[in-house]
Design a binder for this molecule. Structure first.
Ligand SMILES: Cc1cc2nc3c(=O)[nH]c(=O)nc-3n(C[C@H](O)[C@H](O)[C@H](O)COP(=O)(O)O)c2cc1C
Length: 294
């Protein structure tokens, strides 16, 4: 039996390579390049494609947007959700994961959007749960600064609880499609959630049907200890950076320990580590490419 492993591809809806030797000026903004890429990944048996997102034009370097825009570094960037829908419609087996921030989306909208795309994908949609990490993103949503990390994760815990209740607000057999009696859905199987937390309040139920998976797959990339604990509690898959095999083992052990604390079977949590492949016709060519300035 060959040892099998999981593969994901992490990308974002940006112009892509626009001025390197083989570039043709960057990909068009219609998403076709990424759809094509996703189809190739599907042929190569990748588990999923994951679409990164942030919600600002960064001025982190020298307090200006100059470098960000000059080099097209993380901006401009299209919204990943319509692309997730396009990719979903053009593939059959690939998991499609999009990033949505708990800071930006009202929980109801996120739950509805995720349920909708999970239907378009036939049960292959996933949510990369992020809490956002930039004050400049928070300033696009009526805040002066992000809440501190601990508060962000407290909010995210409540947020995930709320959206899970929305995902469950339609019982699996709520849609009866009874032609004889003229009943589409049994209203007794669709429940308001009457959620009142410290941060969020939502009546429910979701105004769309239960998603094929019940809820989208949850993906997380928690860097800090708090983020890692959150990921081990909720995620079906975790993306992480780690140094060498030892670092990966350590991270995995940490996920196992956190998961055990909350009664989860950690073998069900797929941890994928980031690699940044540099390709060439030969090893030498790849190494030379690695040395090229950006
Ligand atoms: C592989 C990877 C992918 C990430 N993708 C995103 C993303 O798309 N959007 C985002 O706002 N943050 C993203 N993050 C940031 C994490 O969600 C997280 O906020 C960050 O690692 C800092 O950890 P902390 O939130 O636990 O402090 C990513 C992090 C990693 C390691």
């Amino acid at each position: 039996m060959p040892r099998r492993f999981h593969l994901g591809w992490f990308t974002n809806f940006t112009p892509g390579e626009w001025n390197s030797s083989f570039a043709v000026g960057g990909s068009h903004w219609d998403g076709r390049f990424y759809v094509d890429m996703a189809q190739a990944m599907e042929r190569a048996c990748f588990d999923y494609i994951m679409l990164e997102d942030t919600l600002m034009v960064s001025e982190a370097y020298r307090g200006t947007a100059e470098a960000t825009l000059k080099y097209a570094l993380m901006a401009p960037k299209h919204d990943p959700l319509p692309l997730a829908a396009l990719i979903s419609a053009a593939t059959r087996n690939l998991g499609v994961i999009a990033t949505m921030s708990t800071m930006a989306y009202p929980p109801f909208l996120l739950a509805r959007l995720a349920a909708t795309i999970d239907h378009i994908a036939g049960g292959r949609f996933g949510w990369n749960i992020v809490t956002s990490g930039e004050d400049s993103a928070a300033q696009n949503f009526g805040m002066d600064a992000l809440p501190p990390r601990e508060a962000r994760y407290e909010m995210a815990e409540e947020y995930v609880d709320l959206v899970c209740r929305l995902f469950d607000s339609w019982e699996p057999d709520a849609v009866v499609l009874d032609r004889e009696r003229g009943i589409y859905a049994d209203y007794r199987k669709v429940h308001p959630i009457d959620f009142e937390g410290r941060f969020f309040k939502c009546r429910g139920p979701l105004n769309t049907v239960r998603s094929p998976q019940g809820r989208p797959a949850f993906v997380q990339a928690g860097g800090s200890p708090r983020g890692r604990a959150f990921a081990a509690k909720h995620a079906d898959s975790i993306i992480a950076t780690a140094n060498q095999i030892g670092g990966m083992r350590q991270y995995r052990d940490e996920v196992r320990a956190h998961a055990a604390k909350v009664g989860r079977n950690s073998d069900g949590i797929k941890v994928l580590y980031l690699v940044y492949p540099i390709l060439g016709e030969t090893t030498q060519e790849a190494k030379a490419k690695h040395q090229e300035p950006y």
